[in-house]
Design a protein around this ligand. Structure first.
Ligand SMILES: NC(=O)c1ccc[n+]([C@@H]2O[C@H](COP(=O)([O-])OP(=O)(O)OC[C@H]3O[C@@H](n4cnc5c(N)ncnc54)[C@H](O)[C@@H]3O)[C@@H](O)[C@H]2O)c1
Length: 359
């Protein structure tokens, strides 16, 4: 999954790709709908100053495909989609631009639901929601699910527990040393879950404020200089919670952890890294499986948000991860490959049911 380089939507198997433009506000958006086999496509809106339209298109195609796999394994009745707004949010984000964007989403009649992503926030979704019903990730005051990092971190913790059980026989991180790279919204919540479970945490962040926060809040957490030092440190679990591409040839070669389980999207820097990890005896809990708590949280909003119901569903990431690791062993493939197979199976088996006429 996520291993392709084409910017040709038909070659990547997308159902629909929509280009949207509103010249007065400077809105240029691309909505990618990879699959609606399981239901309306759900995925956030990335607002980012891409270098070119081709780069924006490439990103939306890759991200929307990834969402189809993530939503399928999160047990949601939702397909996969994503959108990008091409431009610098600091320069061009405005009420009018967001509302124009909302009208384009509305025009798709519910084939695509949006949410937050890099460069967009719950306050933006509140504005988008003034023009379309097909938006999640709104603020709590507007009936939304609020900050999705809460259940993202909870789901990552559950996936990590399942990996610990697979690797060491017991579903707990107690007595283990976990290295977290990135103490942002997810990393902070994850730190708490791990400390509560009895793990020792060692962490790093490039941001002084994030480092200061952990020093004040959890003085027992060891801080190291950077991700390179963390990867080479004596840790049992590595949790990438910053940017993508954390697992590359250099990091995997020096990694001492026996489990990788973190929140960051697209952790595998290139195809084949999953095999190198497996050959080195490192258990990789696939990123899109264990970081699905956030999409579970915002998807719940479609039915009228209920935190406990969403948390229950995010807790099941433990069972899904366990099943993937079992399947990987049974089929003799890395967990990343087993996860893709399971997602494709659900999309085919459940998606097929729509061919049964309802009258
Ligand atoms: N928030 C969610 O609900 C959610 C859901 C799914 C996946 N994710 C992914 O999880 C990751 C973290 O998300 P977040 O919401 O916490 O983001 P965030 O922006 O709040 O936090 C990221 C943190 O990583 C730090 N960072 C950046 N580069 C770093 C580096 N080289 N070394 C160490 N630290 C570095 C930043 O300073 C920041 O504190 C992202 O990759 C995101 O795409 C988030």
């Amino acid at each position: 999954m996520g291993v392709f380089s084409s910017t040709d939507a038909t070659a990547t198997g997308h159902e629909q790709v929509v280009f949207c433009q509103d010249k007065p506000t400077g809105l240029k958006a691309i909505i990618g709908i990879y699959s609606t086999a399981l239901g309306p496509a759900l995925g956030g809106t990335r607002f980012y100053p891409y270098e070119s339209e081709e780069a924006a298109l490439h990103d939306v195609l890759e991200l929307s495909r990834g969402m189809a796999y993530k939503n399928a394994l999160a047990d949601l009745d939702l397909g996969g989609g994503k959108a990008v707004i091409w431009g610098d949010p600091e320069q061009i984000k405005s009420e009018a631009l967001l509302r124009a964007y909302g009208r384009f989403i509305q025009s798709l009649g519910g084939r695509y639901y949006t949410a937050c992503d890099v460069g967009t926030y719950v306050s933006d979704m509140d504005i988008v929601a003034r023009e379309t019903r097909y938006v999640t990730g709104r603020s709590v005051e507007h009936g939304g699910a609020g900050d999705s990092s809460v259940l993202t971190a909870w789901g990552v913790f559950q996936g990590m527990r399942a990996a610990a059980e697979h690797q060491w026989g017991s579903p707990t991180l107690a007595g283990r040393r976990v290295g977290i790279a990135g103490l942002g919204k997810v990393g902070k919540h994850l730190t708490k879950h791990l400390l509560d479970d009895g793990a020792a945490v060692v962490a790093t962040d490039v941001n002084d404020r994030a480092r200061g926060w952990v020093r004040n809040t959890y003085p027992q957490v060891d801080l190291v200089t950077d991700a390179a030092e963390l990867v080479g440190a004596d840790i049992d679990v590595y949790a990438p919670c910053a940017l993508g591409g954390a697992l590359n040839d250099e990091t995997v070669a020096v990694l001492r952890a026996k489990i990788v389980a973190g929140a960051a999207n697209n952790q595998l820097a290139h195809p084949g890294i999953e095999k190198v990890l497996a050959d080195r005896g490192v258990l990789y809990a696939p990123d899109y499986v264990i970081n699905a708590g956030g999409v579970i949280q915002v998807a719940d909003e479609i039915e009228g948000f209920n935190f406990e119901r969403a948390k229950l569903r995010a807790t099941r990431i433990f069972d899904t991860t366990r099943e993937i690791l079992r399947l990987a062993d049974a089929e003799g493939v890395p967990p990343a490959v087993a996860a893709d197979r399971l997602a494709e199976r659900r999309m085919a088996e459940i998606g097929r049911l729509r061919s049964i006429r309802l009258g």
